[in-house]
Write a protein that binds this ligand. Structure first.
Ligand SMILES: Nc1ncnc2c1ncn2[C@@H]1O[C@H](COP(=O)(O)OP(=O)(O)OP(=O)(O)O)[C@@H](O)[C@H]1O
Ligand SMILES: [Mg+2]
Length: 225
């Protein structure tokens, strides 16, 4: 494995069963991502982008192939072991924000710590990550009191709070207007400048242009990797 490589995926295949048939969604994906890279993945709807991101984020396992994350082969790990890796090392940002409506912002942002067991200083980290996205004043608000852009900033604060090695974002600006998209891009740029490794799935050319490298997934096969 090249030094500094955070992700080494080889021959990833993912198939789903549908009506007694096996439907291949990823058909042999090879991908290397260095620590500190900012990578965009584009491709048509249904090409397997979210499926790939879920495997890279240890939310799902490949049907075939090998996935080495930060020097550790995670291909065959149990769900429990995968969830431990997720909680400590990976931050997720989704198109629909996925905030819990009955929890305040700071409670939402503190949630990953319940899974990660990262010690007592987590409140300080929660406050710091809320300040980073400009939401410190809104800590006691419920998500319903926020605009879409603010909700996405809160979701980013949640992804950042544990200090993950890897940030994965699936269409993070899909529900936002152009101005708010720029705010989110600025946040990604500053996370990248701070050393984070970021992989973003997007249909938005401006978002892809902000990344240093862009690869295309078509019918479960990557090009430009
Ligand atoms: N859990 C599942 N069970 C069965 N089929 C699935 C499952 N998840 C995804 N698929 C199928 O796999 C294919 C790829 O889905 P995926 O969500 O990865 O595409 P995508 O590139 O993210 O598309 P979009 O741009 O619309 O989000 C689709 O045909 C989808 O229906
Ligand atoms: Mg998708």
């Amino acid at each position: 494995m090249p030094s500094g490589s955070l992700i080494e995926a080889r021959g990833l295949v993912k198939s789903y069963r549908r009506a007694e048939r096996s439907l291949p969604v990823l058909r042999g994906v090879d991908l290397s991502v260095s620590a500190g890279e900012f990578l965009a993945i584009m491709g048509p709807s249904g090409s397997g982008k979210s499926t790939l991101l879920h495997i890279l984020g240890c939310l799902d396992s490949p049907s075939e192939g090998r996935y080495v994350l930060d020097g550790r082969d995670v291909t065959q790990l149990s769900d429990r072991a995968l969830s431990r890796i997720r909680a400590r090392h990976i931050g997720f940002v989704f198109q629909t924000f996925n905030l819990i409506p009955s929890l305040t912002l700071q409670e939402n942002i503190a949630l990953p710590f319940a899974y990660a067991d990262l010690g007592d200083d987590f409140q300080a980290r929660v406050q710091r990550s809320m300040a980073q996205v400009g939401l410190a004043e809104r800590r006691d608000h419920l998500p319903s009191a926020l605009s879409g852009g603010e909700m996405q900033r809160a979701a980013i604060a949640r992804a950042l709070a544990v200090g993950p090695k890897l940030i994965l974002a699936d269409e993070p600006t899909g529900n936002l207007d152009a101005g708010t998209t720029r705010d989110i891009l600025n946040l990604f740029a500053s996370m990248h400048a701070g050393g984070a490794t970021i992989i973003v799935v997007t249909h938005d050319r401006d978002v892809a242009a902000a990344a240093r490298r862009c690869i295309l997934l078509t019918d479960g096969v990557l090009s430009g990797a």
